[in-house]
Design a protein around this ligand. Structure first.
Ligand code: PSU
Ligand code: MN
Length: 307
């Protein structure tokens, strides 16, 4: 048997192929938010809206997923729809991305896996809702998202509304600092907490324009620093839910996850969907608003990197 590496199975959508060939800005999007982050049909509606926001800013969206053992960079509408309706796809991260490719499986990509695929495709900007982080009680559970390590090693700018308030935000920021991952507040000094504009914790860095963020990224490249950065973009005022208002529902959802022994990959999807139920869908509305907001800034950063 040969130990030669197989060729990477990577398929570009027509739209993305054309944009890359023309040197136009492209923004990567993840698919776990579609399969595990939002219920159907809100997930497909949001995915399509987010893609349109990126197009309206003059960039091209590249939603990334693994379909039957191939990395898809850019999904056609029927592929997005199938993913949005599927119930048993894998939630893929660094540890199992190649497993899905080697075994011909279908899976959605988390922030970590999307960064890996985006980088292989030559993309430097990626919009999501919120990255994974250090879970509350991690000193017992050791539950720390692989997204953090990925940010330390893969050079992609991730635009996120901070980290989900269900996590331990202070510990997440400490780990990011240890890993050397820049955390840049976009027009804010206060690190955002996903549904809320403020976490009460300071953003280590702040920049106020897409152009400055692009320049910072390019300087990191000039220094040959590995890894990416987080651009923390607060949810718009009119869509936010205050931290106080969220906290009791967060506590209840986490408590339920613990009582039911929900662990590993299942924690984030379980807690997110319980919080959506407990808030009568309000948290989901805010989630949609913040992803759209992140897509817009990501498109502007991608355009700034291109000039
Ligand atoms: N943000 C959302 N919804 C999500 C996620 C993030 O608004 O569903 C997903 C992302 O794909 C992220 C993942 O990478 O949750 C983190 O999962 P974990 O905590 O298991 O690493
Ligand atoms: Mn985890």
């Amino acid at each position: 048997m040969s130990d030669q590496a197989p060729q990477l199975p990577m398929i570009y959508s027509a739209e993305v192929k054309e944009a890359l060939a023309a040197g136009k800005p492209v923004v990567a999007l993840e698919s776990t938010i579609i399969t595990h982050g939002m219920p159907y049909p809100t997930n497909i509606e949001t995915a399509l809206m987010v893609e349109d926001i990126i197009r309206a800013e003059g960039a091209t969206p590249a939603t990334i997923a693994i379909l039957e053992g191939a990395i898809h960079v850019g999904l056609e509408q029927n592929q997005l729809e199938a993913l949005a309706q599927s119930k048993d796809v894998m939630k893929l991260s660094r540890a199992d991305l190649a497993f899905a490719l080697a075994t011909g499986r279908t899976g959605s990509t988390t922030v970590a896996a999307t960064m890996i695929c985006a980088h292989r495709a030559g993309l430097s900007v990626f919009a999501t809702g919120g990255i994974g982080g250090v879970h509350r009680g991690a000193e017992e559970s050791f539950d720390i998202s692989a997204d953090l390590q990925e940010l330390a090693q893969t050079p992609v700018i991730v635009v996120s509304a901070g980290v989900k308030a269900l996590l331990d935000i202070a510990k997440t920021l400490e780990v990011l600092e240890t890993l050397g991952v820049p955390v840049v507040g976009y027009q804010t000094d206060d690190f955002p907490a996903f549904w809320s504009r403020q976490s009460g914790l300071p953003c280590p860095l702040r920049l106020d324009s897409a152009k400055e963020i692009a320049a910072f990224h390019q300087m990191r490249q000039a220094l040959s620093l590995e890894g990416g950065m987080i651009v923390a973009n607060p949810v718009p005022f009119e869509d936010e839910i205050s931290r106080n208002e969220m906290e009791s529902d967060i506590l209840e959802a986490i408590d339920e996850a613990n009582r039911r022994n929900v662990t590993a990959k299942d924690v984030t999807p379980f807690v997110l969907s319980r919080i959506a139920e407990l808030t009568d869908g309000n948290s989901l509305e805010t989630n949609i608003a913040l992803v759209k907001n992140n897509a817009k800034i990501a498109a502007q950063i991608a355009a700034s990197l291109n000039v």
